[in-house]
Each structure stands twice: as C-alpha cells, then as structure tokens.
Design a protein around this ligand. Sequence first.
Ligand SMILES: [Fe+2]
Length: 303
Amino acid sequence: MIQVTRLGRHFAARITGVDLSKPLDDDTFEQVRKAFFDNEVVVFPGQKLTPAQQIAFTQRFGTLEHHVRKEAQLADHPEIFILSNKLNANGKAIGAQDAGRFWHSDLSYKTQPSLLSALYAVEIPVKDGKPLGDTHFASTTAAYAALPEAMKQKLASLKNIHSYRDYRLKNYAAQQEDERRGIRTVQEHAPTPEQLASVPDMATPVVRVHPVTGRKGLFVNEGHTSHMYGMPEAEGDALLRQLYDHIIQPEFIYSHHWAPGDLLMWDNVAVQHKATFDYDPLPRLLYRTTVRGPAVADSMVLQ
Ligand SMILES: [Fe+2]
C-alpha cells in the first residue's frame, strides 16, 4: 500500500512505500497512477533508478518522447532528455542547461503535447546545507477554478498560439543577453533552421479539458504561447499577461526543493513549471522522460 501525503494547498503530494526500480504489479501501479492524476505533481523520494528503470516505469503511462534537441539526449537512451549545466570533455554542454527559464508546460507546442514529465535527480547542488535549483509548479486547474464566472465564459471560445520557433528564439536571445551582462551560461546550441522548421505552430484552446480527470485548466504559458489567436495583438497580450499573473499567485504554487534520488512527476496538462538558476557553477544533473499525450480537442496546426 502506498502512502500519499499532500504537499501544497491545492495540489502536489509525496508518495512513499514504493520502489520504482522494480516492476510494479497492476494494483500498485493503479494506486500510483490515481494518486498522480489526483495530485498533479508527485515526488517519490529516495529512489535509486538506472535510466532503463526510469524509462520502464514512466512508459507505463504512455509513449515516451524523443526530444527534438538530439544533442541533449542520453547516449543509448534517446527517451532521456538531460537537464544539466555540466560540460563534456570537449567543453560542450551535455544537456539543456536553461530549460525552464520561463513558466511553461513541456512540449505544449506539439500537435500531441506532453501528458506528463518525470525528472530524476542524479546530482543536486547544495550550498550552506540547502539544495539549490528549486523547481516551481503552478496548478492551472486550481487557477481556472478560481476565475470569476464572466472570465470563464469569455475564455471558453478563445485559442492561443503555441510556438516552438518563437520559444527557442526567445530563449536563445535571453541567454545571449545573460552573456552580455556577464552571467555565466553553459552555451546553448543555437537553434538550427531544421529544428525551428520541424515543429509547426499550434492554435490551442485557452481552456483545456484534462483527458484523464476531466478537470478544466488554463492551457496558456509564457514560455510557449506566442500570442492570442484572432485577437488584436495589444488586447491579446494584455489578456495573456492577466492570465499568467493569475496562474502564478502563491496559493496555486508548489516549490520543490530537490534531493538526489527524487523522482518527481508532473502533469503537463494540469500544471506549468519554472526552473531556478541560483546554483551555477555548482554541477546539477537530472534525467527527464516525457510521456506523449493526446491531441488537444479543437486545436489546429498552423503551418
Ligand atoms: Fe520543462
């Protein structure tokens, strides 16, 4: 029997009493699955997982993605996306360092956005006894539920554009700006024309019904949303800013302080997240697997 302890006000929980390095029987897996979708973010502390074991557990939730950034994939395990500020022997980044600079939901720009992500902490920086590099999560379902009825009605028919191209260019520009200001960054590979062209823009409903729980949430995020669809730019940008600010109010946030051995999973439909860059040059290494979700109802490919 697993133990589930709520961590945040509206969401997030710790799950103990399960060893994810071993295959789970169907009953235990169903308990884990239910606790995960009920709580939107769950952490399994103290796990000892090989990449193959992380892959075996997370792929029980669905098909695993191979990230478009092949340079950040783990050798022999393309399902694992490396998040790290470490360099290889040639001085190149071994993974993505600055993923998560903006509030976002993983792969929300894809025709089939991610259902969930799992991040396994291999190496966590510590300073003065405190872990650095917290990850913040915000529940878009709790944020939606708290909206005034008139706003819910206004949003019901609106779409926003999720754009991988705009995101990569924005992220890269922000990193170049850091470099100019003298902030050390592990040099991210410049987005290639092939990468930018490989993912078309998507027009996606602002209010998304969760494919598993049926809960409604706000499917807009400052990392991947480029603009509102079919709305004058200034009006659309003001609405997006209002929604972003609403979603990241303290009552909708859970901040995770990492420990090595944590396997943290989050629901990319129900929450969005943001990284903290307070640790460099202390080394940090995490392995991510990402489960593909269904296409978003009423979404459209734009290119
Ligand atoms: Fe992310």
